[in-house]
Design a protein around this ligand. Structure first.
Ligand code: FDP
Length: 340
């Protein structure tokens, strides 16, 4: 019997234990972040279960549709939003919530107010729901100083000021990837225990990858650097092999693969959408935060993504993120264009 392996299997590092360990490194900590995270984890478990049952329970479909029992059904993304908003407010640790699903930010009432601002997309990749492709929840967390008034300025901050960021992917397994600013760790939900267990400690993205990921259907509207970069992926000038193309069209799934296997994910600006498609606060920032923490880079075509200062809560930005060397290459192409 391999006792070392056995000991490893019986000493389960749950996400709560992991965060409590981290917390113990900060004696001044009051445990509020751990409580907030446990409410996010609860939301993820609920959405995971709803996504898994979607086909059976006919949870997909139009918001407001009624089922055979005459009960009103909610679309999965509407339901996920409600679950996260309620879980976050009831944690008693949040003050401002920005959700992809809600036009306006939610200011938590004073009796339930805490010091964290959470920006999130409760169910990203929703156009993939009905065909069973992996989708996910993305979140970023800002911290408000004691005694400060909660104003929108707290969420209109550059992504580098985030305290933590992560995503939960609802796929063949349910995986939560989290960074609290000291590296990136991945936890997989063990459905029999109902616990997220550390399965991917200290994730580091390969320095250079062999995969590029982009919606090539938009190619006719791309700018010069993006078009040149993708051309180089297919016809490398340095004698290396062409890169493989993988594009799921669900950001969490595309970014998760990029984080684990390396390569680059691009959602560039184009002539029709000069700001790209993806949202700064709850798509671009959290994923850029994770990429940098894993040793990769994230670039908007103009600057380091995490230095962008959003002016509106639902602002969009082009994004290029992934392996350090691959992002370096696209940065060089944009720099060359600027010089011309
Ligand atoms: P979706 O429209 O399905 O919600 O921002 C949302 C998003 O998915 C991302 O998850 C995904 O990366 C992107 O849009 C896909 O956009 P395209 O269909 O334009 O490629």
């Amino acid at each position: 019997m391999d006792h070392a392996a056995e000991a490893h299997r019986t000493d389960l590092m749950t996400i709560t234990r992991f965060v409590l360990n981290e917390q113990s490194k900060h004696p001044e900590s009051r445990g509020d972040f751990t409580i907030l995270l446990s409410h996010i984890v609860l939301g993820c478990k609920f959405v995971c279960s709803a996504v898994n049952k979607a086909g059976l329970a006919k949870l997909f479909g139009l918001a407001g549709e009624t089922n055979v029992q005459g009960e009103e059904q909610k679309k999965l993304d509407v339901l996920s939003n409600e679950v996260f908003v309620k879980a976050l407010i009831s944690s008693g640790r949040t003050c401002i919530l920005v959700s992809e699903e809600d036009e306006e930010a939610i200011f938590v009432e004073p009796s339930k107010r805490g010091r964290y601002c959470v920006v999130f997309d409760p169910l990203d990749g929703s156009s993939n729901i009905d065909c069973g492709v992996s989708i996910g929840t993305i979140f970023g967390i800002y911290h408000m100083k004691d005694g400060h008034e909660s104003t929108l300025d707290y969420v209109l901050q550059p992504g580098k000021n985030m305290l933590a960021a992560g995503y939960c992917m609802y796929g063949s397994s349910c995986t939560l990837v989290l960074s609290t600013g000291t590296g990136v760790n991945g936890f997989t939900l063990d459905p029999s225990l109902g616990e997220f267990i550390l399965t991917h400690p200290d994730i580091k993205i390969p320095k250079k990858g062999t995969i590029y990921s982009v919606n090539e259907g938009n190619a006719k509207n791309w700018d010069g650097p993006t078009a040149q970069y993708v051309e180089r992926c297919k016809f490398p000038k340095d004698g290396s092999s062409p890169k493989s193309l993988r594009y799921i069209g669900s950001m969490v799934a595309d970014v998760h693969r990029t984080l684990l296997y390396g390569g680059i994910f691009l959602y560039p600006a184009d002539k029709r959408s000069p700001n790209g498609k993806l949202r700064v606060l709850y798509e671009v920032f959290p994923m850029s935060f994770l990429m940098e923490q894993a040793g990769g880079q994230a670039f908007t075509g103009k600057q380091r993504a995490l230095e962008l200062v959003p002016k509106k809560i639902h602002e969009r930005s082009p994004i290029f993120l992934g392996s350090y060397d691959d992002v370096e290459e696209i940065k060089a192409l944009y720099a060359a264009e600027e010089k011309e």
